[in-house]
Design a protein around this ligand. Structure first.
Ligand code: 5GP
Length: 209
């Protein structure tokens, strides 16, 4: 059977848009797995070692960079974040679509290695709605202002992404992402082997008419 390889799928968003909920929902489907990043940031109460991140000291992280173990890495808000290489490759060979929750600079770098990556940016229905959701979540005004200031920087890189999803209704957003992934599997870059085989067969075929 052709086309057995899964697709790498990057999901990025401004803070508070609901990226986490989308990823949690997608991994309930056995065709999807989450790429666990390495980071040098401190653990938060919701973190679980080896589930949310692989937590490293700065020195350990720098050793990973030196040993070329990361597909991409960035220094973000004073901490290192990076995507370990091996897991993604192994999962895609196993026909799993690999979800990467990474920031914009790293996301764009991924495309240098994986031409077939689907870079998805999740947007709120409106800025007003985003602020409303953050307030409803009980976030302080100071925090909301920081998120907005950050979004102003982030939005400049959205042009490099491939797809926009609006997170208005979660189930609709999930279905739209699944449709994108399905279509990504049919891209020409994803089917080089099949195309090569057909070309070879065409070269060798004896004309029958
Ligand atoms: P947090 O510290 O809140 O978990 O994550 C901060 C930011 O780092 C988020 O935007 C997240 O998407 C991003 N991030 C997490 N892992 C990686 C990674 O492996 N590479 C890159 N480039 N960004 C990451």
């Amino acid at each position: 059977m052709e086309n057995l390889k899964g697709v790498p799928v990057v999901i990025s968003a401004f803070g508070g848009v609901g990226k986490g909920a989308i990823i949690n929902e997608l991994v309930k489907d056995e065709e999807y797995v989450f790429s666990i990043s390495a980071t040098s940031r401190k653990m938060r109460k919701e973190d679980i070692e080896g589930k949310t991140y692989f937590f490293k000291t700065r020195e350990e992280f720098e050793n990973m960079i030196r040993r070329n173990e990361l597909l991409e890495w960035v220094e973000f808000c004073g901490n290192y974040y990076g995507t370990p290489k091996g897991y993604i490759e192994q999962q895609m060979n196993d026909n799993k679509n690999v979800l990467l929750d990474i920031e914009e600079v790293g996301a764009i770098k991924i495309k240098e290695t994986y031409k077939d990556v689907a870079l998805i940016y999740v947007m709120p229905p409106s800025l007003e709605e985003l602020i409303f959701r953050l307030k409803k979540r009980g976030e302080t005004e100071k925090y909301i202002n920081t998120r907005i200031a950050k979004a102003k920087q982030q939005v400049g890189l959205v042009d490099y992404y491939d797809y926009i999803i609006i997170n208005d209704k979660l189930n609709v957003a999930i279905q739209e992402i699944k449709n994108i992934v399905k279509t990504s599997k049919q891209k020409v870059v994803k089917n080089k082997e099949l195309i090569g085989r057909i070309k070879e067969e065409l070269e060798n075929v004896k004309t029958i008419i």
